[in-house]
Design a binder for this molecule. Sequence first.
Ligand code: LLP
Length: 401
Amino acid sequence: MFTEIITSKFKTIPTPFYYYDVEVLKQTLQKVKEESDKYGFNVHYALKANANNKILNIVKSFGFGADCVSGNEIRKAVECEFTPNHIVFAGVGKSDAEINYALDNNIFCFNCESLQEMEVINELALAKNKTAHIALRINPNVNANTHKYITTGLEENKFGINLWELDAVIAALKTLNNLKLIGLHFHIGSQITDLSSFKTLCLKVNEVQQWFVGYKITIENINVGGGLGVNYHEPDTHLIADFAAYFKLFNEFLELLPNQKVHFELGRSISAQCGTLISRVLYIKKGVNTNFAILDAGMTELMRPALYQAYHKIENISKSTKYEVRSTDSSSIVNHNSSLEKYDVVGPICESSDCFGKAVELPETLRGDIIALRTAGSYGEVMSSAYNLRDRVKAFYSDEI
Ligand code: LLP
C-alpha cells in the first residue's frame, strides 16, 4: 500500500502526520456504490469517522449523502455541497441552535432520539413555520457483539426510543403538527464484524414494522445505520470490507413494504483503510522486561488504543523490505532479515495509557525509523486533540505529495 510513498519527498515531511491513500478511498467507494446500487439502497457517509474536506469531496463525488451528529457536521456537509435533501441528523443531545441550523437548511431528516426532543423540534419548526421531517431512532435492544463503548443498540444505552415508549410517542405525534414522520432509524454499534448481528437487526426491524402496520402508519424510509467493521489485523489482504455480503444480507432479511427506501450510514468501512498515521521513533529505551519504542505520535494523534484498547497494525516502514524494493537504485536494497524484537510502542504523552501496542514484534528499531499505524482513516484524525498543547496533526494525500 505504501509502495509509492517511500520517496525522498515523503522522507522530508515532518512527522507525525496522517497519510491518506486517495486511490484506496476511491476503490472502496466504488465498491460501496456498486453493491448498494444493486438493491437501490441509499448510503450516507458518517462524517464523524473523518470530516476532512478532501475526503468529503471525494465521497460526495460518488453521489452519497451525509450522516451528521452535530450542527458543525451539517455545516461542513453543506459547505462540501452535499445535497441538503441527502443529509440526516442524529444524536441524543441536539441543541436548539443545531436544530435551527438544520431547519434553515431543509435537511432530509432528523433522527429523533426521545419524545422530549420531538417536542423541541416541533416548537422550533413551528416558530419558523416549517415542517420538520423526522425518523424515530428506535433502540432495538440488539447486541452488536462489539466493544462496550461503541455498542449503541441495547436498552441500557442512552440512544434511541425504547420499544415500550412507542405508544406514547405515536400518541404525541398526533399533536405535534410541525413534524412529519417519514422513517424509522436504527443503529446498533460500530466495528461489527459478525454479520449475524445485522441479521438480528433486520428481524427486529421487521417486527417493529409490523407494529406500525398494526397502527396503519405508513413508513417511507428505513434507516439501518452503520457499523460494518474493518480488518485491523490484516489491512493489506482485506483493504475493502465485504460490502457485497453486507448489502446482500439486508436485501435478504429486511421485509420491506411497497415503495419503502432503505438507508445506511457508513463511516468506518468507507474511510478507515485509506488512512495511516505516520510517525518517527524518537528514542529506544530499555525497560525492565521490555524495550520501549517512543514515537513522536501519541494518543493525541490516535486515541483509539488508549480509549478502547483498540488494535492498529504497527509497521516499521524504514525496515520493511516490502517498501524498499521500489527504490529506484537497486543497490540501496538492504536485506532486513534480521530477527524480530519486541517493543512496547508508546507515545510522548504524560500518561501510561499512551501506548499503541505492547510486545509488538518489529525488526530492530532505531531512532529515526518511520513507523506506520495502519487503518487509521476513521476515528483517527477526527478524534485527535491538543492535550499537552500538542500541535494539531497534519494530513497529506497520496495525489498531492
Ligand atoms: N450512525 C450512527 C447513528 C452512529 O452513531 C455511528 C457511529 C455511525 C452511523 C457510523 O458507524 P460506523 O459505520 O462508522 O461504524 N470512535 C469509535 C466509533 C464510534 C462510533 C459512533 N457512532 C471508534 O473509534 O471505534
